[in-house]
Design a protein around this ligand. Structure first.
Ligand code: GLA
Length: 391
């Protein structure tokens, strides 16, 4: 079992706290985003992978309608009744779980009839842009749907987690994080189409790996920057729908780079800059799929560098720290490509690397980052791993 030490700690803490072993335990991994940034809510394409770190959720049924939820790291407990499930202003970690519970029952969790006692524990670094919150939602939805005997598909479960983010956590995210956590497979990338919600896996050879480099720059998607980028994309899509008469445009997915060049004039400068990022990312993912099929890692990696430049210059969701990591990576021959991963504004970079050179790469990036910022980034080799499952 992956991350067995976390599972063992959770089960033993659960027993201490609630006096018996859990009925059900589920596991869900975090994710890295490899190519296709801010494309999910524009109904575009992404390459991502589930990672080898994740979160476990352990749960047992209550005798009555009461619920108890404990954060296994802090050992703080939130208590509520199934008739009173609402976003919390304190101990806000509970919102990912309670929001998921709420939407598993279509917003009427009293329909569950009985409550539960749950606890979660994981090893995904927080604030790293590795989707610890989606992992928590996905292990929650798996465990609770099993507990209550509610049948849901993987995509439906992913959407329940996304709704929890929107309504309980306050982040208007796309479906990428939840879908990657659900559909990941060992040694594979997840190739997603967020218009059709088709998710397929593409196997990667053993000669490549990913390295995540966590900057120490803050990453918080609920503070408005993410929402403002999404809004700008939606406004731009409306503009293109107006000017591209005769073509059905509902999202930036429908707009080509050539159309952006020709028709960007009517958009204000900032919105034009925001719009070109997901448009270019979609093209890069399509191109990248062909390159991966041919095993051309160098060319695929070059697209990752292009993606980062697009974030840096157009979408402006990078920061000095992430730029420094990518610039350092570019000088290392054993790194094929590097870019920021996820929402941006801090968090981590994702590097496609030759794993036999991992120590050298980590040492060189750490040295250069430290010379600039005084502290050290965290470099970890990531193995694409199996998606969410019951334990
Ligand atoms: C965050 C969001 C995702 C996606 C990425 C950017 O991780 O939660 O839905 O938009 O940012 O690609």
């Amino acid at each position: 079992m992956q991350n067995k030490e976390v599972y063992d700690e959770l089960v033993s803490k659960f027993e201490q706290k609630y006096g018996k072993k859990p009925d059900i335990v589920a596991y869900a991994p975090g994710r890295i985003e490899v190519l296709g940034n801010h494309t999910d809510y524009n109904e575009g394409y992404v390459f991502s992978a589930a990672i080898d770190k994740g979160t476990f959720f352990a749960v047992s049924a209550s005798e009555d309608t009461s619920c108890e939820l404990t954060a296994g790291d802090l050992m703080e407990t939130a208590k509520f009744d199934i008739s009173n499930v609402a976003p919390a202003k304190e101990m806000t970690w509970q919102n990912y779980v309670t929001g998921t519970f709420n939407w598993l029952f279509d917003g009427a969790p009293a329909k569950a009839l009985k409550g539960w006692k749950g606890m979660f524990l994981g090893n995904i670094p927080l604030g790293a842009g590795l989707s610890s919150s989606a992992a928590l939602e996905m292990c929650t939805v798996l465990a609770l749907s099993k507990l209550y005997g509610v049948e849901k598909t993987k995509t439906e479960m992913a959407k329940i987690g996304q709704k929890a983010e929107h309504t309980f956590a306050g982040c208007p995210c796309g479906l990428l994080d939840q879908a990657s956590s659900m559909y990941g497979e060992e040694g594979s990338l997840v190739q997603s189409d967020f218009r059709t919600n088709e998710f397929k896996t593409v196997s990667m050879g053993p000669s490549v790996a990913f390295m995540m480099v966590k900057s120490n720059a803050k990453h918080a998607l609920v503070d408005g920057a993410y929402a403002s980028r999404r809004q700008a994309c939606e406004d731009a899509a409306k503009h293109f729908a107006d000017v591209l008469r005769g073509k059905k445009v509902t999202h930036l997915r429908d707009v080509t780079m050539a159309e952006w060049v020709l028709y960007r004039g009517g958009l204000d400068e900032t919105k034009a800059k925001r719009a070109v990022h997901p448009i270019g990312e979609d093209e890069r993912v399509v191109q990248g799929a062909g390159l991966l099929a041919k095993g051309d890692l160098a060319a695929f990696g070059a697209l990752m560098y292009d993606s980062h430049e697009s974030s840096r210059n157009w979408f402006e969701n990078s920061c000095e720290e992430l730029d420094a990591i990518v610039d350092a990576a570019k000088a290392i021959p054993e790194v094929y490509g590097a870019r920021l991963s996820g929402g941006g504004f801090g968090g981590s970079c994702c590097l496609l690397v030759d794993p036999s050179a991992a120590d050298k790469i980590a040492a060189q990036i750490t040295r250069e980052y430290k010379a600039k910022f005084g502290d050290e980034p965290i470099c970890s080799l990531i193995k694409p791993s199996k998606g969410a499952h019951l334990v």
